[in-house]
Design a protein around this ligand. Structure first.
Ligand code: P1T
Length: 388
């Protein structure tokens, strides 16, 4: 089955078995517990909704199918999914190499919780060059943690090259695929061991659910993650599972629409005198455009840019936009704009932001699926306010 067909059907097949009602959409199974007729025979395999729930199961199967993986697991948030990966697969004293440009909350989780409180040892590197990853590896390195493209600077890393060097050292590679989604990038097929998502973003796509996911191929990794999911309990609710199942049906069409408008906006911004630089992997000017074209089947809906007038000008633009909502998060049908330095990445120390090239004046757009003419007109009126 092709991707768009899997996105509509896998995990949500009508049940024609005796007692099944043939629903063409997944019912929201709200039951916290499942009665059984015999003490040692859970009905249809279900016991208690933390351990397993039919609606969540449907979503987990679909997530696996879309990422070309064997097993999916759904969690209460993207950060809960990341926490599950670390607590189930790593131990205090283990070493992790991380891309130095990550979502601010991921960086905070690894730095403040896993490193400072729990005893994980971590090294941030510029993973655009796989050599930097190789150099940072130690005998006790157990995992490489990547985002590609990164949030918010849209830097890429070569997943295949990094997986190659990890495999030689018996080290796991986890890729946060939130920005590209499986519609445009499949890290498991490139050799990664784990794919992580904030389903809050494109997968759900409608800004009305917070959730996370992990997808793996390996049965042993799955078993350890599944044990942790039940033992620690940060599961996605049945209602949220339903919402993400519903959102996923249109993932392919949404991603193509996000991308078409983002590409148009990125090109348009590049011509504006108020703008000093535009970052979009689909632009020829992106330093890793070739890798983007090779590794991904699309360039996504995120655009970052800097203004000649820096933070002062950014404040004017951010507060003047009318269709773009000034808000954290991304990946919904509605366009959002934000200041990483003041909002999503405020928890990253100023020096670390400077080191990775995250300017205070950087503006990040999550381009929605509104008519692009309206989005361009909105940007135009906001840019014109800089000099008034
Ligand atoms: O917010 P949550 O569902 O817990 O997901 C965290 C997360 C993980 N990975 C990436 C790449 C992310 O972008 C996020 C969340 N990001 C934002 C809220 C944001 O505005 O960038």
């Amino acid at each position: 089955m092709k991707f768009d067909t899997r996105a509509v059907h896998v995990g949500e097949e009508p049940n024609f078995a005796p007692g099944g009602t043939g629903d063409v959409v997944m019912p929201i199974h709200l039951a916290s517990t499942f009665a059984r007729a015999r003490i040692d025979e859970p009905t249809a395999g279900y016991e208690y909704s933390r351990s397993g729930n039919p609606t969540r199961d449907g979503l987990e199967r679909r997530l696996a199918a879309l990422e070309d993986g064997r097993h999916g697991l759904a969690f209460a948030s993207g950060l809960a999914a990341e926490t599950a990966v670390v607590l189930s697969l790593l131990r205090p004293g283990d070493h992790v190499v991380l891309f130095d440009d990550l979502y601010g909350g991921s960086r905070r989780l690894f730095t403040k919780v896993f490193s400072e409180q729990w005893g994980l040892s971590i090294t941030f590197v510029d993973a655009r060059d796989p050599e930097n990853v190789a150099k940072a590896m130690r005998p006790e390195t157990r995992m490489i943690w990547l985002e590609t493209p990164t949030n918010p600077l849209l830097k890429l890393c070569d997943i295949e090259a990094i997986c190659d060097l990890a495999q030689r050292k018996n080290c796991l590679v986890a890729v946060d695929n939130t920005f590209m989604t499986p519609a445009f990038q499949r890290p498991l097929s490139l050799g990664a061991d784990l794919v992580v998502h904030s389903t809050t973003k494109y997968l759900n796509g409608h800004s009305d659910s917070v959730g996370g996911a992990v997808i793996v191929n390996d049965d042993d990794l799955h078993e350890r993650l599944r044990f942790h999911q039940n033992a620690a309990g940060a599961v996605l609710s049945p209602f949220d599972s339903f919402l993400v199942l519903r959102g996923l049906k249109t993932l392919g069409v949404r991603m193509r629409a996000h991308q078409d408008s983002a590409a148009r906006i990125a090109a348009w911004l590049s011509e504006r005198s108020e703008v000093s630089g535009v970052i979009y992997p689909g632009l020829d000017s992106h330093p890793q455009h070739d890798l983007a074209a090779r590794q991904m089947s699309g360039f996504g809906g995120m655009v970052s840019f800097e203004l000649e007038g820096g933070l002062t000008a950014a404040r004017v633009v951010l507060e003047s936009l009318e269709i773009f909502a000034l808000a954290e998060s991304l990946g919904g049908v509605e366009s959002l704009v934000e200041s990483p330095a003041l909002m999503t990445h405020a928890s990253v120390p100023a020096q670390a932001r400077l080191d990775i090239g995250l300017a205070d004046g950087l503006v990040r757009l999550s381009v929605g699926i509104e008519d692009p003419e309206d989005l361009l007109a909105d940007l135009d009126q906001a840019l014109k306010k800089i000099h008034t």
